[in-house]
Design a protein around this ligand. Sequence first.
Ligand code: MRU
Length: 354
Amino acid sequence: MLPTIEWRDDAIVMVDQRKLPKVEKYVECRTGAEVARAMTTMVIRGAPAIGVAAAMGLAIGVARSKAKGTTQLATEFYKLCDLMAGTRPTAVNLFWAIDRMKRVFAADVRAGRAVEEVAASLKREAHVIHDEDVESCRALGAHGAGLVPDAARVLTHCNAGALATAGYGTALGVIRGAIEQGKRVAVFADETRPFLQGARLTAWELVRDGIDTTVITDSMAAPLMRDGQIDLVVVGADRIAANGDVANKIGTYGVAVLAQAHDLPFYVAAPTSTIDLATPDGTKIPIEERNAREVTHLGGSQLAPEGASVRNPAFDVTPHRYVSAIITERGVCRAPYAQSLRDAVEGVARETAS
Ligand code: MRU
């Protein structure tokens, strides 16, 4: 399985996703601040992977601390939590993971544990978060596989694969699950302007797994759908509001509208850690605005003239009425999402679809 992120000795090691597919290079982070920087600069990206990175970053931050006692440690730890929280505001898995780490930290401090013991608990919790994410992806992949017919031609946007998670992937987890059930699947990967996660990362990991992959520019999806060359769409999510509105990579909304116009199913695959019941609907989801240079430049060379204003929202929100189903590790949620998402988060069993 792809090594997205792992804790090796005294470093958090990540494959540098900015360099793929040209070079498979690994970045080693030895402090919490280095991990936060890796998240901001997209060495590691994808909502679940960001959550895992934050957890490991907090744990390594505490492991490296020279604090004399837990009062000093607490000051450092909460400061690092704030640094992590500022890295990628749309990905709710980030806040979910930070909250989990805070709960472990607070329980240990309340129990009077020593600094080294707190560090050990946080490291353990970070590994649990990592391993649970792989399990969730595998489970949601198996649930979603039932929605994929044999010989399906599947469109996906951005990279919601092994690279965006601790392993296996969400949208690509559904594709992998279908293939593991013996189905033939051909994938169309939107290139995903401006950061090209589809062309670079989705295509890289699918080709590596021997999965039939065709890269298209984002603007090719419409005519392919019109010409009957796509059977369904599956994407990941950065945050799903309580009513089922879905924030995902910029361009997803357009794909969802196109899918509905062509009467194609539009599925969202995400672990329950991506569901944010505290956010009532998509209008309340913070959308990260990234550096203009990602739009004006391609591979270091300038495309747009100096002086032009630039917008670079990294995500958009797809209203729930365009979403055919949300596939989680606890089963497939359908409208009305207010109820089905709440049930999934609270662990009530859902339709399995397989
Ligand atoms: O900006 P990115 O590359 O972090 O955006 C990633 C996405 O939009 C993914 O589709 C989403 O995080 C789901 S990943 C399983």
